[in-house]
Design a protein. Structure first.
Length: 250
């Protein structure tokens, strides 16, 4: 279980202190796919970067199965971080490495021996449907294929949590659907918790079980996807739902 408790993140900027995340409370149960939706600048990436241990909250705490992330240091923090995989909009692949070598990277960092990491990398390439492309370079792949490499790499060390930060934002609708199907398949096969950050209600509606809506650093609405779709309470949620419905009609 993931628990955000009164989480605040402030940044010092030239124009003063900017509060990117304001007192967020959110509980995510294991094995769920949770959509985190909101406009640009709402604080979504900041929130998940803290979960990934890439940033520390200014105040409040994030608990993963009861362990406070901020209390961990050094080896323990690295161990915990390995249990959280992250996928990004712009893939963040190494261009001089092949598909297989990209997938191998986190396994090398984790110190897995050569035979085991080769077996695991082949297994991951297969899981994401890229067995035929193991020796290709990122520049030779389509956007969807690049994101499949990103997903395989994120899953390398068997994480408990997968964070997808706008992973489909650079993809066309059809490829987006394929990637969402892949995330759903992974969620079902390995029971991983997925946090799906997106601008698109469509993505949340397709694979999410729970949704949290973020605005100006706060979670303004949360609930099951079915419930929030049927009875959106906040203006911003109504807008996201309406856009999704209009998209379907149009
Ligand atoms: N390192 C930083 N230093 C200063 N301000 C930051 C930093 N990171 C984020 N911010 C600010 O915090 C706010 C939230 O940013 P964040 O990236 O979390 O938004 P987001 O919801 O992920 O937006 P998008 O949909 O565009 O990715 C923004 O106003 C942003 O400018
Ligand atoms: Mg972001």
């Amino acid at each position: 279980m993931i628990q955000f408790e009164n989480v605040v993140k402030k940044y010092k900027t030239k124009n003063g202190v900017l509060t990117a995340v304001k007192d967020v409370n959110l509980t995510i149960n294991d094995g769920q796919i949770v959509g985190l939706i909101g406009f640009s600048g709402a604080g979504k990436s900041t929130l998940v970067r803290m979960l990934a241990g890439l940033e520390t909250p200014t105040s409040g705490q994030i608990l993963i199965n009861g362990t406070n992330l901020s209390a961990l240091k050094g080896y323990q923090l690295r161990q915990k971080r390995q249990k959280i995989g992250m996928v990004f909009q712009h893939f963040n692949l190494l261009w001089s490495r092949t598909v297989l070598q990209n997938i191998l990277l986190p396994l090398e960092i984790a110190g897995i021996n050569k035979t085991q990491r080769m077996t695991r990398a082949h297994e991951l390439a297969k899981l994401v449907g890229l067995s035929e492309k193991e020796n290709a370079y990122p520049a030779e792949l389509s956007g969807g294929q690049k994101q499949r490499v990103g997903i395989a790499r994120a899953l390398a060390n068997n994480p408990d949590i997968l964070i997808s930060d706008e992973a489909t934002s650079a993809l066309d609708p059809e490829t987006t659907n394929e990637i969402l199907d892949l995330l759903l398949k992974i969620n079902q096969e390995v029971n991983i918790t997925i946090l799906l950050i997106t601008h698109e209600m469509h993505a949340v509606a397709k694979v999410g079980s729970q949704v949290a809506v973020m605005e100006n650093g706060q979670i303004v609405e949360t609930g099951s996807v079915t419930e929030v779709f049927k009875h959106p309470k906040e203006q911003i949620t109504k807008q996201f739902v309406a856009d999704e419905l209009n998209g379907k009609v149009g």
